[in-house]
Every structure is written in structure tokens, then in C-alpha cells.
Design a protein around this ligand. Sequence first.
Ligand SMILES: O=C(O)c1ccccc1N[C@@H]1O[C@H](COP(=O)(O)O)[C@@H](O)[C@H]1O
Length: 208
Amino acid sequence: MKVKICGITTMETARVAVDAGADFLGFVFADSRRKISPIDAKQIADQVPREVKKVGVFVNESPETINEICQFVGLDFIQLHGDETPEIASSLNRPIIKAWSIQDKINPTTFPCDYYLIDSPKGAYRGGNGIAFDWTLLHHLPIQKEKLILAGGLNVENVAAAIQSVHPAIIDVSSGVETNGQKDPIKINAFIKTAKQAVQTLKESVKK
Ligand SMILES: O=C(O)c1ccccc1N[C@@H]1O[C@H](COP(=O)(O)O)[C@@H](O)[C@H]1O
């Protein structure tokens, strides 16, 4: 199981996340208090080790702009967090993470994507609202766990329970590793450590 830290806006936060063991870093190019310009994202992305994957988060952006930003910043994945159609996804030049709210009609089999991300119901923004949802709702959906990214209101207190309940391929966090709206190095470290420990515990319990 891998960890994505989303809403990176500074090099310092990127470094903390990478050193703590983050596998994916997310840059938000949509309306959000975490929005970053392509120029600033590129400066950070250029200094991140290649094995840590860079994800661009977009909401209802044009395919031309998405492809341009991907190329310029050097993104590895495109996260579509709006109402993008399967046709738009097919016209993009990077692997796709398709985000759905748990309230949406979720039909992963009809959307071309490498991963699907399930988030909480929409709040002030399309994502990044820091609200968790009832994970048992996922137990009834036709989803492949190896493609599933769990998001929405995760934090150091609930991440172990989330992993135990859902067994996602990736967990994604933004608000839960912030203090007063800024990424908090202590929370990033604690979150990743707790998540990786929870996976270890799960593996050991399966072996028994
Ligand atoms: O993080 C944002 O500001 C954001 C804005 C618009 C779309 C998506 C956004 N982030 C994604 O939201 C989820 C959940 O975040 P949180 O942990 O509940 O704060 C996460 O997938 C981010 O990738």
C-alpha cells in the first residue's frame, strides 16, 4: 500500500513528505487554497526523486491545458476530480486517476483509468475538504482493490481503521496533515508512519 500526500505548495513540504516515505505527491491546479502555479510546481517537481510520482489534480480543465501543464511540470499522473468524461480521459497524455465522490454513481468499469479515487461528498471545493465518509459503503461497489485510492478526511487517528476496513492500494491525504491550513511536518511523519505500520499489522494478521 502506498501513500499520496496532496496539496504540496512548498519545496520544504515536498522534502518532508519524501523523507517520510510518501510514494506520490499531489499538486492542485484547480480552485483551492492549495492551488499552485505550473511554474512553482515545476520548481518543486524537478527536485523530487524520480521514483516518487508527481500527480496533477484538475477539475473540469480543458484537455489542452492539462496536457500542456503535464508536459511543462513533468507530471506522472493526472487526477481528474471534476465531471470529466471518459472521452476527455482518453485524450490525455498521462495515466489517469479518476476521482468520484462516494455520493456519485460510481462505475469504474466504464471509465478508462489506472486508478480510481473515492472521496467524500463534495464540500466547499470538489476535494480537499477534510471530511471522512462511511467506508463500509465501498464494500458493496464493483471495485478492484488494486486500483483503489481511498481519500477524504483521513488523518493519523483514523488511517489505520480505514486501511483495515478498505484495503486500498493507495491512501491519499491533504487536510489531515495540516495545521491552521498549512502542511505540518509532524503530522505528515506521523500519518505515513501510522499508515505503513497498519499495513504491516494487516499482513501479519493474514499470515496467522
Ligand atoms: O486538496 C484540494 O484542495 C483539492 C481541491 C480540488 C480537488 C481535489 C483536491 N484534493 C483532493 O481531495 C481529496 C481529499 O482531501 P482531504 O484529505 O479530505 O483534505 C484528496 O484526494 C486530494 O487529492
